[in-house]
Design a protein around this ligand. Structure first.
Ligand SMILES: Cc1ncc(C[n+]2csc(CCOP(=O)(O)OP(=O)(O)O)c2C)c(N)n1
Ligand code: SF4
Ligand SMILES: [Mg+2]
Length: 323
């Protein structure tokens, strides 16, 4: 099926073989595992995946088993993008030497928020600056989950983790979430977008668009983690949806830096009464439980205010105004 014919209907998706197979060891309700399965449904042909150490690498590749039904290379925590650069450079030279004929081979680099926003940022910055042709997918579960739920620079303000424990000294993490998409946009990438698995079609279309770009593309996928968020496994998709409806994680894409809201967020921009409150999203997540005490009320208000300010800024960036 050619790229143009692929419309990402539920029927198309069911018909396409899984490339990230079941039988892996992810927790029940794992958001990132659903993300990987969906992403692999959007590939357009031969694809090589390279993946940094993290939950999703561990659960799918415990020796002697693998969940990957395509060429897949594990790399260290810090260098998924460097590995992708090497793979892409190798493909180029193999084509030049006639070892690969006409067929195009896509390269996808996968990493968690730790492997992207923290230790992997230098490799990512270098790879996109050099202009390698690959899609980098960040699955953001807002913490170092694989090693015991430590905070990352992508953990939001107020979240309790094992290295930002809520108690009498601090009310969870004090620092703001790193604006990774802004950092990637500043590199001048042709395609940067946000996505989350509840809006699966939006996610698949963005993966395909990222693959079609000739050069680096970056996709930030918000992926609830019931283990680290202390949430019910059955609520993963609900939190994915609420993150968008509360404007905690708006969906947009930027082509050549021109940012546009994606449909699920546009609905809220056009009908602001549909916007959910932060507390609707936080409730039920054990990592934020301490914020619902009377003494921590000002922190909740502050977080709500910063979300509202960011949403207004995004509307301006998308040349929309309301509220
Ligand atoms: C240089 C180095 N430091 C630390 C580690 C230990 N380590 C492995 S995975 C990981 C955290 C991964 O976090 P993230 O990228 O967010 O993925 P997640 O586990 O949350 O899916 C850490 C600290 C390592 N493998 N290498
Ligand atoms: S800890 Fe979180 S990200 Fe890791 S496998 Fe479990 S649910 Fe998934
Ligand atoms: Mg993580």
């Amino acid at each position: 099926m050619s790229t143009q014919d692929w419309k990402f209907t539920a029927k198309d998706i069911a018909a396409k073989p899984n490339l990230f197979l079941s039988g892996h060891r992810a927790c029940a309700g794992c958001g990132p595992a659903t993300v990987l399965r969906l992403i692999m449904k959007a590939t357009r042909g031969p694809t090589i995946v390279t993946q940094a150490t993290g939950c999703m690498e561990i659960v799918g590749s415990i020796y002697p088993y693998t969940s990957w039904a395509l060429p897949w290379i594990h790399t260290a925590f810090e260098n998924a993008a460097a590995n992708a650069s090497g793979i892409e450079a190798a493909l180029k030279i193999m084509r030049k030497k006639g070892k690969i004929k006409d067929e195009h081979i896509d390269v996808i680099a996968l990493a968690g928020d730790g492997g992207t926003c923290d230790i992997g940022l230098q490799a990512l910055s270098g790879a996109v600056e050099r202009g390698h042709d690959f899609l980098f997918v960040l699955y953001d579960n807002e913490g170092y989950m694989n090693t015991g739920i430590q905070r990352s620079s992508s953990t939001p303000v107020g979240a309790a983790t094992t290295t930002s424990p809520a108690g009498t000294i601090i009310p969870g993490k004090l620092e703001k979430k790193k604006p990774i998409t802004e950092i990637m946009l500043a590199h001048g990438l042709e395609y940067v977008a946000t996505a989350t698995p509840y809006y699966w079609k939006d996610l698949l279309i963005k993966v395909r668009k990222g693959l079609e770009v000739e050069g680096p593309a970056f996709l930030h996928v918000f992926a609830p983690c019931p283990r680290g968020w202390r949430s019910e496994p059955c609520k993963t998709m609900e939190y994915s949806k609420l993150s968008v409806e509360s404007c905690v994680f708006p969906l947009w894409e930027a082509v050549h830096g021109n940012r546009q809201l994606s449909a699920p967020s546009k609905v809220i921009a056009l009908a602001p009464q549909k916007k959910k409150f932060l507390k609707d999203y936080l409730e039920g997540q054990g990592r934020f439980r301490h914020l619902f005490t009377p003494q921590n009320r000002p922190i909740l208000d502050e977080i709500q205010q910063s979300i509202d300010v960011r949403w207004q800024k995004l509307l301006q960036q998308c040349q929309l105004s309301q509220l």
